[in-house]
Design a protein around this ligand. Sequence first.
Ligand code: AR6
Length: 167
Amino acid sequence: MKLTLVRGDITEQAVDAVVNAANSSLLGGGGVDGAIHRRGGPEILAECRKLRASRYGRGLPTGQAVATTAGRLPARWVIHTVGPVHSASEDRSELLASCYRESLRVAGTLEAASVAFPAISTGIFGWPMDDAARIAVETVRGSETSVEEVRFVLFDEAAYAAFGARL
Ligand code: AR6
């Protein structure tokens, strides 16, 4: 598998699947989630609502992932995953690792060859960037997957440097 690093906006990535740093409601939010729904259009939210009504009445659990259309984004699918809120008193690393693993598993079922990830949990959910980068890179490297390219898309220079140091 090829691991690549891009500094930019995840909504502009022409890949098979872009991963959304969502929340359990699947009904949108700020950060990456807001940008994906804004740029992707209402089709994504419509599918999310259907998922809430069918499989995820109580919301998508932290660490899991589910796919929808990508609407107007230059991708085929959005894979929504729910990162853990960072905690100083409890080690939630396994849940963050699970987001990467489960997103790749879902990508595999879609036969997606290329997947773009944001730095899950490092914005509103407060995860320190260096630690999040370590977990992201280690987990993706350690995953058995049919995905051929994993692209980490980092919004700012600090995030780009943190991921670059782990590659
Ligand atoms: N492209 C790439 N990276 C981005 C973009 C973008 N367009 N926008 C922000 N980032 P966050 P979280 C970076 O807050 O911490 C939402 O309300 C950002 O700088 O999007 O997992 C959801 O609904 C940061 O490094 O996700 C949830 O409630 C990283 O993406 C909650 O936020 C992740 O920041 C999820 O919080």
